[in-house]
Design a binder for this molecule. Sequence first.
Ligand code: NAP
Length: 337
Amino acid sequence: MTLGIGVIGTGAIGQDHIRRVSRALSGGRIVALNDINADNARRAAQEWAPDAVICDTARDLVARPDVQAVMVTSWGGTHAEYVLDAIAAGKPVFCEKPLATNAADCLRIMEAEMARGRRLVQVGFNRRYDSGYLDLKAILDNGTIGDVLMVHAMHRNQRVGPNYKTEMAITDTLVHELDVHRWLLDDEYVSAQVIFPRRTSKALPHMRDPQIALLETKRGIRIDVEIFVNCQYGYDIQCAVVGELGQANLPDPPAVPVKTGETLSRHIMNDWKYRFIDAYDAEIQDFIDRASTGSPGGPDSWAGYAASVAADACVRAQESGRIEPIEMIAKPAFYSR
Ligand code: NAP
C-alpha cells in the first residue's frame, strides 16, 4: 500500500520533505498540497509532485479522502490548528517542531488525541533519528561514563534573517535542544535561566545574540546550551556529556580532512538541511511506515508538550533574568504505553 500524504506549508522544510517522500523514500505519495501562498504550493508541485492537487485551504486538504496522513510544515503559529484538524479527522499527522507555540495549545492537542483513543501525532524532533545522537544515547544508557553530572551543548547558525527575533532563539532553535536533552538523559527539567553574554556586532540590531540557557533536571544534572545564530563560520551543533567516569561527545558529521599549504582543514556545513539529512530521511520514513498502520511512532505529543513547557519557562527567563521553574502536568497513562 502507498500512503497518500497531504502537506500543509510548502516553504523550506515542506519542500524538502515533499522531495524526500517523492524521490528518496518508499511507501508514501504526495497527493495534496496547501500553502497560504498558493504559488509556493504550485511551484513545489511542479518540482517534486506534479500529480498533487493544490487545495485552497488546509481544512480542504485534511478532508480529502485520498489524504490518509497529513504533514504540517507551515509556520509554527499555525501548527496547533492544523494538527487538531487532522486529529478530528482521525488521520495520522506529522508536525514539524514546535508542536505548538505554547504549552496550553499542546495540552489541547493531547486532550483531543486521548479523546480519539489512539496515537495520531508525531512531532518533528529529528535529532532523535540522527546516528550521532543515537550513538551518544547508547553510550549514556550502557553506563560507560557513569552517572551523568553535566552537559555542555552548543547550537550555532551561520546567520539568521530579519524575521528572526530574540525569543526565537528559544522557540525555534533551543526547542530542539530542549527535546533532545530530556530524551538523551531520560530526565525532566525543573528550572531554566537565560543569560546574555556580550552581544555580537554581526547580529541585526533588534536581536540579542548569543544567549546561554542554563537548565537543571530533576536528578540535578546541569545543562548549559549556547545559542549563537550569527556565528559566521557555519552550522555547528555540539554536545558534550560529562559523567562520573568520563565524557561522551556528539560526533561531528564526517568530512574529509584536507592537508595543504601547511594547513589541516575540514569543511563545516552551513545548513541544517544537509547536517541532518539522514536523520530527516529516517524520521519521515518512520512516519510513513508507522502511519501506514494507522498510528505514527517517534516523538509524541507529550514530547511536544514537555519541550513547549520548558520553552515557555526559557522565554520568561529571557525577560525576567531570573531562574524560572519548569512545571509539567502529571504524564497521562496514554503517553506511557
Ligand atoms: P518557511 O520557509 O517560512 O515556510 C513556511 C511555509 O508555510 C511558507 O510557505 C508560508 O507561506 C507557509 N504558511 C504560512 N502560514 C500558513 C498558513 N496559515 N497555512 C499554510 N501555510 C502557511 O519556514 P520553514 O523553515 O519551512 O519552517 C516551517 C516549520 O518547520 C517551522 O515550524 C520551523 O520551526 C520548522 N523547521 C524545522 C526544522 C527541523 O530541523 N526539524 C528545520 C527547519 C524548519 P509564506 O511564505 O507566504 O508566509
